[in-house]
Design a protein around this ligand. Sequence first.
Ligand code: NAP
Ligand code: GCO
Length: 268
Amino acid sequence: MNKDIEKLYDLSGKVALVTGGTHGIGMAIGKMFAKAGAKLCVNDLSQERLDSCKKEYAKDGIDVFTLVFDVTKEEDVDKGISQIEKEVGVIDILVNNAGIIKRIPILEMPVKEFEQVIDVDLIAPLIVAKRVAPGMIERRNGKIINMCSMMSVYGRNGVSAYAAAKGGLKLLTENMTCEWAKYNLQINGIGPGYIATAQTAPIREGGHPFNDLVMTRTPAGRWGEPEDVGNAALFLASNASDFVNGHVLYVDGGILANFGYVKGENDL
Ligand code: NAP
Ligand code: GCO
């Protein structure tokens, strides 16, 4: 491969934090970044998860720096980021990946549970970005990737809190861009479609009818893999995307382009 192209995607010397990167999409992103040369840091709520992810990363020869902190707690985040800055280095690439979902109809969902989803999926990316961005601004360099969703632009029964959070995160990404792009920060979102992880297992496995819906609504005719998202994240973390800003890159097999069709002779 041409050396210039290699250089474009080379993350050597960069420190990357992927929140919640102990499995699923976050781990796929982390592996891509580490393989591209980044020093990788991941946090989680549980030491046990972090210990097991260390072994998983090591299978790919990756020595990941792990630490426990809750992305919804400002003090926790400040302590965690300070520890990374002290032990690994200042953060050049932040992926706000940590997230939760609760599938409960609006009228049955306690407000407290709605707030929990908003806290993790919308407020936490704000908290972590507010802690990391000042250093990036000072250095006139940084990449922030917020994990949005196709639910940033679509609703569906039962995921009101999640969609409200992910819709807000799309607009927060755009507002971060308005305020920080002048300092050579690139802030973008990734909007995965339906990806085969623990988070979607309840609606994908055991013959769940939702699986049929995803298969017909997704022109690519398959669930996405975490690596599909990791590939897109590498582009947004690299110099190849230095003029891409405030954009949500949908990694969805074409689902957002497709209204749907009636199965039949011509698949109308
Ligand atoms: P996942 O398997 O549920 O992983 C989410 C990660 O976030 C877990 O490691 C979890 O840790 C961590 N986390 C949750 N709350 C946290 C907190 N307060 N502090 C620190 N870490 C926390 O999800 P995934 O499917 O890989 O999805 C990753 C991201 O992509 C999420 O933001 C999700 O909304 C988004 N997304 C997923 C899909 C999909 O189809 N899978 C599609 C679009 C967007 P614990 O396991 O220890 O709780
Ligand atoms: C759901 C799914 C989705 C995916 C993703 C789609 O219940 O509809 O969990 O929300 O996680 O966000 O982009």
